[in-house]
Design a protein. Structure first.
Lengths: 549, 69
């Protein structure tokens, strides 16, 4: 079954040029590629792990986080991205601000891709460990070799096309798992009664795992350890907007659309299936923890004495699916790991080679020279990912680690973009030192606080004094992002006021909101306009929030 | 002529669905104990098959229509 999946992928990949000629990708394909770029291993494994660890509150990542952010990208950010023709985030920053801002962002972005690919590598290795029965070390080496081969065989040339296929593979591969699991526990009702046991065992009210807002009045009443303000500002604002507005792996998909209108509609179309994703990725985690509590020991216990939530999906696959369908599920999972790793390592390669090496270290060399540097960067990126994968073993939920990385990189960057795009007075010095301040603020906050039950080190508190203890890793991430955003915003604002503008209005045309022509949607029928889509999405996600209150 | 990505999706799931459903009929029924006694290979294979055929049908239909301007 696995072999067939792979053989099919190869045959189909070769026909990419045949199927997708030119840039005019239909909006629904670009939309699916848009969420598929984000529906990697991290999403599938991480969201299920969070569903188990934090319960249905994980859905805030979708209905409070992603939805408004995707609407914002579609309505307000896309005109600048699409209009400026920038090919990467660092390139946009260079056009809007200056070289040094671009360089700083290139470096933090490169670090982020390494962590992202390391986390995928960890997840893949865990899967090999489980399926093949190898040791974790052997499994890591195997995953590293596979990615290396995959990239050197030109694995990512047909990214958008593969992503759409992969989207359907993941949805259709996991749906039977959710259906079987729900049937086994006795539907939603049966699940909530099992989750009540989980919650009371952990010392919370019985509904803490199955209500998304009800217990958000105080951090001590819910498993995530958040109250509503920190969640809305930290996750809903700083982290989610930061991620969806500035992560170019995702935004790039919309840029392949045929026209400005299609590009703006891409994130909005993507938001529709995205809204329903929790049923596919969070629910299995909730089922797994429910089974863990009622049957005893469904999830393996890690070194820290906590269940290893990362294994929720693999354990569920092995528990419910017979051979045959199991192959489909594993193929779907592996496909997402591969593209997650390969996508990040390739992004690392291009940012390192073009935005750092060619721009600052050795400009003016031959193409062959840069190609060699690129190959070396790929190998280096994979080795660094192995290290990141080992640090991921310290987290029982990879989403905790991923959001930590995002809070350092995307949180402050979003403040820079917001000011840069909507305030023409923002200067290059302001952006650079603001971004630096934001990242340092994140590091200080992370270094001086600790999640409950963790030892100082990779999980925070490494600066000696621990000033505050958060109830969970995720709570620490949200506050880190919020601090980083605020630090960057204030510093950029103040420094911009005290420094001279270096770019004239003419140079900023198409890069800043007030200097860009308004989008006209008047000649479209009302139901096709981006605004209509946007309002519909926000209404439906509000309804979902209320249903699972 | 621009071909539709739906051909590939449809083709892939039609093949996958057929294989899965046939495997479901031929396989030893004891393996379905873990999936609550349901022959999920057969049923889900049929779901995939229907999905694949629907995609092929959409692709065929849009090929017959004049391309959008």
């Amino acid at each position: 079954m696995l072999g067939i999946g792979w053989a099919l992928r190869r045959v189909i990949k070769n026909s990419e040029d045949f199927f997708l000629s030119g840039r005019s990708i239909p909006a629904w394909i670009a939309g699916l590629a848009f969420i598929s770029a984000n529906l990697g291993a991290q999403e599938v494994i991480g969201m299920a792990a969070s569903g188990a660890k934090y319960g249905i509150m994980t859905s805030h990542f979708y209905w409070v986080g992603a939805m408004p952010a995707m609407v914002f990208v579609g309505l307000f950010m896309m005109p600048f991205y699409y209009g400026s023709r920038a090919r990467s985030v660092p390139e946009y920053l260079k056009m809007r601000f200056d070289e040094k801002t671009r360089g700083l962002n290139a470096i933090t972005f490169a670090i982020m891709t390494i962590f992202s690919s390391g986390i995928s590598m960890y997840a893949l290795a865990k899967l090999f460990e489980l399926v093949l029965g190898w040791s974790f070390h052997g499994s890591i080496v195997l995953s590293a070799v596979i990615v290396l081969v995959y990239i050197f065989l030109g694995g990512l040339t047909s990214a958008i096309y593969n992503e759409v296929l992969q989207f359907f593979l993941i949805v259709l591969g996991f749906l039977p798992l959710v259906l079987l699991g729900l049937k086994d526990v006795g539907g939603w009702h049966g699940l909530t009664s099992k989750l009540a046991t989980v919650a009371t065992n952990a010392g919370f009210e019985p509904g803490a795992w199955s209500h998304s807002w009800k217990y958000m009045d105080s951090p001590s009443h819910n498993p995530m350890g958040m109250e509503w303000f920190g969640l809305v500002m930290g996750l809903g604002f700083a982290l989610s907007f930061g991620y969806w507005c500035t992560d170019f792996l995702v935004v790039q998909r919309a840029m392949a659309a045929g026209s400005m209108t299609a590009a703006r509609r891409t994130p909005l179309i993507a938001a529709i299936p995205k809204m329903l994703m929790p049923a596919l990725v969070i629910l299995p985690g909730m089922l797994a923890i429910g089974l863990h509590a009622s049957r005893g020991g469904f999830l393996p216990i890690g070194d820290d004495g906590q269940p290893n939530y990362n294994l929720a999906i693999p354990m569920m696959l092995g528990h419910y699916l017979p051979s045959g369908l199991l192959g489909l599920g594993l193929t779907a999972l592996m496909a997402s790991f591969m593209s997650g790793m390969a996508g990040n390592v390739t992004a690392f390669n291009s940012v390192w080679t073009y935005d750092i090496y060619q721009s600052y270290i050795r400009p003016g060399q031959t193409d062959a020279h840069y190609l060699r540097v690129g190959h070396a960067a790929t190998v280096f990126g994979i080795c660094a990912s192995v290290l990141a994968a080992y640090s991921a073993t310290r987290f029982n939920n990879i989403l905790d680690m991923l959001q930590l990385v995002f809070s350092f990189v995307n949180g402050p960057l979003f403040a820079t973009f917001l000011l840069g795009m909507f305030w023409r007075r923002t200067t290059g010095h302001g952006a650079f030192y603001g971004l630096l301040t934001g990242t340092i603020t994140a590091a200080l906050h992370y270094g001086l606080t600790l999640p409950q039950g963790a030892v100082p080190g990779i999980k925070g508190g490494f600066l000696g004094a621990v000033l505050h203890t958060y109830p969970s890793e995720m709570a620490l991430n949200f506050w880190t992002a919020l601090f980083a955003w605020t630090g960057c915003f204030v510093a950029t604002l103040v420094i911009s006021l005290f420094t001279k503008r270096t770019k004239t209005d003419e140079e900023l045309r198409g890069l800043v909101h007030s200097l860009t022509p308004r989008q006209r949607d008047g000649d479209m029928p009302w139901y096709k306009r981006p605004v209509t889509l946007a309002v519909g999405i926000l209404v439906v996600s509000t309804i979902l929030n209320v249903i699972f209150w | 002529m621009r071909l539709d990505v739906r051909w590939a999706i449809g083709g892939m799931f039609t093949i996958l669905g057929t294989i899965l459903a046939v495997y479901g009929v031929l396989s030893n029924q004891a393996i379905y104990e873990r999936s609550l006694g349901i022959n999920v290979n057969l049923w889900w294979g049929l779901v995939l098959l229907v999905f694949g055929l629907a995609m092929l049908a959409f692709a065929y239909r849009s090929m017959r229509l004049p391309p959008p301007v």
